[in-house]
Design a protein around this ligand. Sequence first.
Ligand SMILES: C[S@@+](CC[C@H](N)C(=O)[O-])C[C@H]1O[C@@H](n2cnc3c(N)ncnc32)[C@H](O)[C@@H]1O
Length: 186
Amino acid sequence: MSTQLRPTDVKRLNRQWRRRTEGRLALLVESVTQPYNLGSILRTCATFGVDRLWLTGNSADPDDPKVGKTALGTGAKVAHTRTASTGDALAAARGEGFKVVAVELASGAVPLHAAPLEPDVCLAVGAEDHGCSPALLSGADAVTYIPQIGRVGSLNVAVATAIALAEARRREWAAFGDEADAPVGR
Ligand SMILES: C[S@@+](CC[C@H](N)C(=O)[O-])C[C@H]1O[C@@H](n2cnc3c(N)ncnc32)[C@H](O)[C@@H]1O
C-alpha cells in the first residue's frame, strides 16, 4: 500500500533529484500584477530549481505580504532581478547564456511537447489580462503554447508557468526512466 512520505523522506527525495538535475532553468515574468499569482510562481520556481528570475513591466513586488501567502516562504529561495523593460530582461537572459522561449497562445507558436526546451532555457510568461507583449513575443527565440481542449480562453498564468517549467524539467528527467522511484514509506 502506498502511503504519504514523511517530511524527512521528501527532503531526501528532493536531494536525490537535485543531485541528478544539471540543466539550468530560468524564468522571465512580464507584468504579472496579482500578488497571489506571483507567490504561486515563486513557489513553483523554488520547486523546480529555477536558477534565475527576471521580473519586468508592472509585475507585483516579491516583498508584498500578499505574495508570501502563496509563496509560503519559498520566495527568498529564488533570486530575482527587476529590469526596466522587457528588452532589458531579454538581453540579460541572453547575456547569461539562456535561450528564451515565450509561453503564449500566439501565432506561430509550437505546442509545448514539441518546444525547444533543452537547457539552458529561460521561459517567459505574460500578464493576466493582455498576455505577453509584442516586444516579448518578437524578441523570444521561440514561442510555445499549452494545448487546451476545453472551452476556455487560457490558463491562469501561475498554472501555465508550472506546466511549462515541469515540462522543461521532464525532458531531462525522462532519460532516468523509473530508476528514481520514491522511497518505500515506513
Ligand atoms: C491569462 S493568460 C493571458 C490572457 C490572454 N492572452 C488574453 O489576452 O486573454 C496569462 C499568461 O498565461 C500564460 N498562458 C495561459 N494559458 C496559456 C496557454 N494555453 N498556453 C501558453 N501560455 C498560456 C501566458 O504566458 C499568458 O501570457
